[in-house]
Design a protein around this ligand. Structure first.
Ligand code: PEP
Ligand code: MG
Length: 314
C-alpha cells in the first residue's frame, strides 16, 4: 500500500528498507552470487562449500589420492572469490565442508567414502575435517590465499560443532597453516543441542559469531530425521525445546556482543523470523527468494518493538 496514490497527496515511492537486524542471504552456488547480491542483502550468512565440490563431481579424497590438491584449491578459490566479489564491503561466511558420507557416494572417489550406519550422526562437519587434516588444510589454504589477496570480508563458519575444544583445535590448525586467525572472523554453527546448551563456553573460547543451523538443530533436539517423511509432522522448529535453546543462545550472545544469526530454513519463514527478532537476534540469513518478505517482516517487527517500548514509557 505504501506505493499507492494517497488521497492526501502524490504517490509515495517506496524507499529501500533499512533494518537494525541485518538481513543476509544464503548462497549455494557461485552462479547465484549476482542474483543474491541484487537483493541488496547485508551479506552472506551461509555459503555451502560442499555444493561447489559436488559440482566438480570429485570427492576431496580423490584430489588427495591423485595428488591434485592444487587443482581443488584453485577451483574452490574461484567459486568463493565470485561470491566475495559480488559482496564487496559486506561479510561473507563460508562454511567449511559438511557432507554426510552418503552424499559423496556417487562422485568420483565416492568408492573410498566410509560406509556408516548413521551418516547424520557420524563422519561429517568439523569432526571429519579434524580427522582428515589434508582435506581441512586445502580449505584453509584457499582461505589464506583469498585473505592475503585482500578479501577481508571473508569469515569462516564451522559446521556441526559439538564442543569448544573442536573450535579451538580448528583455529589452532588454521593458525599453523598461516591463516590470519587474529583478524579473520571465525564462528560456529549451532546445530547440536549440546553446543546451544553450553554456548557460554564457546563465547569464552572466542567465537566471533554463531549461526543456528535449524535444519539440524531441530532433528537432533527432537530425534526426528529431517529426511524421513513418515514422521514429517513431528519435525517442528516451533517445538518449545528448540525455541528455548535458541532464545537462550540469543540472549547470551547479545550480552557478550557476539553476533548471533540463523541460516537454517527457519530463517526464511516470516513467522519464525518475527519471533527471532523479538528475541533480539542480530542477523538472519534467508534464501534468495525469501529476502524481500523477510526484510519486510524484520522491519515491521522492529517498528512494533519500538512502538511497544514507547507506549510502555508513557
Ligand atoms: C542447517 O542444518 O540448518 C544448515 C543450514 O545446514 P545443512 O542444511 O547444510 O545441514
Ligand atoms: Mg546443518
Amino acid at each position: 500500500e505504501e506505493c499507492g496514490a494517497s488521497p492526501k497527496g502524490p504517490a509515495i515511492v517506496a524507499s529501500p528498507i533499512i533494518t537494525a537486524t541485518s538481513v543476509k542471504v544464503n548462497v549455494s552456488m557461485p552462479e547465484a552470487a549476482a542474483r543474491a547480491a541484487a537483493t541488496g542483502a547485508d551479506g552472506v550468512g551461509l555459503l555451502r562449500i560442499e555444493h561447489l565440490i559436488i559440482g566438480m563431481n570429485k570427492t576431496p579424497s580423490w584430489y588427495i589420492k591423485h595428488d591434485k590438491q592444487e587443482q581443488l584449491i584453485n577451483e574452490l578459490m574461484d567459486g568463493i572469490r565470485t561470491v566475495l566479489d559480488a559482496f564487496r564491503g559486506k561479510s561473507v561466511w563460508v562454511r567449511t565442508l559438511d557432507s554426510p558420507t552418503d552424499e559423496f557416494l556417487n562422485m568420483e572417489g565416492g568408492e573410498d567414502e566410509p560406509h556408516e550406519h548413521n551418516p547424520m550422526l557420524g563422519f561429517r562437519g568439523l569432526r571429519r575435517d579434524l580427522r582428515q587434516k589434508e582435506q581441512f588444510r586445502m580449505q584453509a589454504e584457499c582461505f589464506r590465499r583469498l585473505w592475503e589477496a585482500g578479501y577481508h570480508n571473508l569469515g569462516i563458519m564451522f559446521p556441526l560443532v559439538q564442543h569448544p575444544r573442536e573450535f579451538l583445535a580448528a583455529k589452532e590448525s588454521f593458525r599453523e597453516w598461516g591463516v590470519d586467525v587474529e583478524h579473520m572472523d571465525l564462528g560456529i554453527m549451532v546445530e547440536i543441542p549440546a553446543s546451544a546448551i553450553i554456548i557460554d563456553e564457546f563465547i569464552k573460547a572466542g567465537i566471533d559469531f554463531c549461526s543456528f543451523g535449524t535444519n539440524d538443530l531441530v532433528q537432533y533436539t527432537l530425534a526426528v530425521d529431517r529426511n524421513n517423511g513418515l514422521i514429517g509432522e513431528m519435525y517442528e522448529p516451533e517445538h518449545p525445546a528448540v525455541m528455548r535453546l535458541i532464545a537462550s543462545c540469543i540472549e547470551q550472545c547479545r550480552e557478550a556482543g557476539v553476533e548471533c544469526s540463523i541460516c537454517g530454513q527457519a530463517g526464511s519463514d516470516p513467522k519464525f523470523v518475527k519471533w527471532l527478532v523479538n528475541q533480539g537476534i542480530a542477523s538472519v540469513s534467508a534464501n534468495i527468494d525469501a529476502i524481500q518478505k523477510i526484510r519486510e517482516t524484520v522491519a515491521k517487527t522492529e517498528k512494533q518493538i519500538l512502538l511497544n517500548a514507547a507506549l510502555k514509557k508513557n
